[in-house]
Design a protein around this ligand. Structure first.
Ligand code: ZN
Length: 134
């Protein structure tokens, strides 16, 4: 079950540069994390019950590096918090919705994540994220 917008992911050339604006707005960084499997460094900024996720590439062949090369910085994805990402995947696949991966993978914060292809979501990459209580 989808619960809320968990975060909006924004691809940036430099987290340090991009952070300045959000700090001027009085928002605070919840934490930094590197996800080597995705070639990305992440800063999570708390914004009420949602968050802003700044994404910086850590290698030239990562998905974020390719996004930055193609489009420059900008909104990369929105993330919906779900209670059961595997159940969502099953029902979406049954409805013919195109997903990015054959199964959920570990994302930032140890969550289980899956992505809906922009072709199936009006041009927007949609992340589904389930918190892992372990
Ligand atoms: Zn995300």
């Amino acid at each position: 079950m989808i619960e809320r917008i968990d975060h909006v992911g924004i691809a940036v050339q430099s987290i340090d540069e991009a952070l300045k604006l959000y700090q001027k707005l009085g928002l605070e960084v919840e934490g930094f994390e590197e996800v080597p499997s995705e070639g990305v460094r992440v800063a999570m900024i708390r914004c009420g019950e949602s968050r802003i996720e700044l994404l910086e590439a850590t290698r030239d062949d990562s998905p974020i590096a390719r996004f930055l090369a193609k489009r420059g910085g900008g909104v990369h994805h929105i993330c919906l918090a779900t209670t059961d990402v595997r159940a969502d995947q099953a029902s979406l696949e049954a409805d013919g919705v195109q997903l990015l991966r054959p199964a959920p993978t570990r994302g930032a914060g140890g969550c289980w994540v899956q992505f809906i292809h922009p072709k199936s979501a009006a041009g927007v990459l949609v992340e589904l994220s389930e918190e892992d209580p372990c």
